[in-house]
Design a protein around this ligand. Structure first.
Ligand SMILES: CC(C)(COP(=O)(O)OP(=O)(O)OC[C@H]1O[C@@H](n2cnc3c(N)ncnc32)[C@H](O)[C@@H]1OP(=O)(O)O)[C@@H](O)C(=O)NCCC(=O)NCCS
Length: 195
């Protein structure tokens, strides 16, 4: 299977969200959301410790667009359907097309958190990946101390498969543990985790 030849929709909707591939020109709105959310993001992601300039956010949006077309990495931006407002970033990463393995990550701008939008996006991404990408295994990984992130995985019905000890550097460069939450596509087409 050659993933670059795989045709699938580059945007889809959930109840409250429009979710789509990054596009050239998105950088300024993403940068504004990062600035608003700096206090929260810098705790969990070394990339956000220093605020990026707008040009860097634009460059990253353009690179993400290119990688999306190449099927190397599928970043997705989330927008509130009612207002068109950009609310955050998510996507499918660490892709292994041969076995249908993907990893979801996410952040939401601070002013839009606490409404269940990320959990809603995760449900939508699992459906999209199931319908169009031949997904069979979807993971969510985070820092073990990031309880809000873990709660998204648990609320969305992912199963805690393992905790990798001293797996990734945290924002201070110290080794931190990584829980791996998983959903598998079952033979009947449903998603779950058989015991
Ligand atoms: C992790 C993160 C994405 C979670 O965002 P969030 O807004 O808490 O997640 P959700 O959108 O699923 O919202 C859940 C909250 O909304 C509430 N909520 C309100 N309406 C809801 C609804 N209709 N459905 C579900 N939850 C709802 C829930 O009770 C929950 O609140 P609680 O945490 O006080 O219990 C966010 O904290 C973040 O961006 N953090 C910084 C970046 C980061 O850590 N990313 C993860 C790296 S792995």
């Amino acid at each position: 299977m050659n993933p670059i030849l795989l045709d699938f929709p580059h945007e889809f909707e959930t109840e409250r969200l429009l979710i789509r591939c990054p596009l050239p020109g998105d950088g300024a709105m993403v940068n504004e959301a990062i600035r608003e959310s700096h206090d929260e993001f810098k705790k969990w992601d070394a990339y956000f410790v220093n605020l990026p300039p707008v040009e860097e956010s634009e460059e990253r949006a353009r690179r993400a667009h290119a990688k999306f077309l190449l099927r190397e990495d599928l970043r997705l931006y989330m927008f509130q359907k009612s207002s068109g407002r950009f609310v955050g970033s998510t996507g499918l990463h660490r892709i292994n097309w041969d076995v249908g393995r993907f990893e979801i990550n996410y952040w939401i701008r601070t002013s839009e958190s606490g409404q269940g939008l990320v959990t809603e996006a995760v449900h939508g991404i699992v459906r999209w990946a199931s319908d169009h990408l031949n997904a069979r295994r979807i993971e969510i990984r985070c820092d073990a101390r990031n309880l809000r992130s873990r709660k998204v995985a648990e609320r969305a019905g992912f199963h805690l498969e393992a905790v990798l000890r001293q797996d990734e550097p945290d924002v201070d460069g110290q080794p931190s543990d990584s829980p791996i939450y998983v959903k598998l596509r079952l033979p009947n087409g449903e998603w779950g985790y058989p015991s």
